[in-house]
Ligand binder design. Structure first.
Ligand code: MF3
Ligand code: CO
Ligand code: CO
Length: 255
């Protein structure tokens, strides 16, 4: 499939899906405290999406994924399955929310601090957020995906971190994962040229150790092979004439 260009009607629907996904992260924040389990966080988000937002949690039953959100703790990179595990002081937790509203997807994630978090984890999380923002700020018609991947990789590696390669950002719209693949590494002046009306995610996963990952026996949870810490942030972005519009911006956030 080629890369779809959204019409203005479709963009309106993407805006509302994006806003709703962001609102789930805002809603859940006060609950993200030591002692709560990732399964409880999933249940609260699920009920909010279904009963308050009237959105569909896209992960549920997606290729057999069993829950409504992804929760990835510490050395878990992404696609963690919510369950009995209780969060404890010092953990970092990525919550990844994807909603479907009116046939369109909004996809966003944030890394939360649980209580007092060690400086190594705070630093990683901050640099990973900067990586995402640097990528987003480059978005405009004519720029190439390799330019964006390169900038993200450079920023992470300049802090002696590594960028995960097996998972990437993606086009998004009527489908959860559309073309193009948005790699968080790459070479300048290579790859797809962006055009107005494209919508895709930027969602770098950055590790304190080596970049390599493996999947746990549950078939989903991705962890760093060397058990080093991993952080991730994700936004859904629209290419505009002027540059970009972040469709999943949260209250008080500006990029
Ligand atoms: N939300 C993830 C992403 O950013 C994908 C999760 S797929 C699932 O692309 F099946 F694990 F939910
Ligand atoms: Co995504
Ligand atoms: Co996501």
């Amino acid at each position: 499939m080629g890369v779809s260009i959204k019409t203005s009607e479709e963009i309106e629907k993407m805006r509302s899906a994006g806003r709703l996904a962001a609102e789930v992260l805002d809603m859940i924040e006060p609950h993200v405290k030591p002692g709560i389990s990732t399964g409880e966080i999933d249940r609260i988000c699920h009920n909010y999406m279904i009963n308050e937002q009237h959105t569909v949690p896209a992960p549920l039953d997606y290729r057999g994924f069993p829950k409504s959100i992804c929760t990835s703790v510490n050395h878990q990179v992404c696609h963690g399955i919510p369950g009995e595990r209780k969060l404890k002081n010092g953990d970092i937790l990525n919550i990844d929310i994807t909603v479907i509203k009116d046939g369109f997807h909004g996809d966003t994630s944030k890394t939360f601090f649980i209580g007092e978090v060690p400086v190594i984890a705070r630093r990683l999380t901050g640099i990973t957020y900067e990586c995402m923002c640097m990528g987003i700020r480059m978005v405009k018609p004519g720029i190439r995906l390799g330019d964006i991947g390169h900038a993200i990789q450079q920023h992470a590696e300049s802090h002696n971190y590594s960028v995960v390669r097996e998972y990437c950002g993606h086009g998004i719209g009527r489908e959860f994962h559309e073309d193009p693949q948005v790699l968080h590494y790459g070479r300048p002046n290579t790859g797809l040229r962006l055009e107005k009306g494209m919508t895709f995610t930027i969602e770098p996963m950055v590790n304190t150790g080596k970049r390599h990952t493996k999947i746990l026996k549950d078939g989903w949870t991705v962890v760093t092979k060397d058990h080093s810490l991993s952080a991730q942030w994700e936004h859904t972005v629209l290419v505009t004439d002027a540059g970009y519009e972040v469709l999943t911006l949260r209250a008080g956030e500006s990029i």
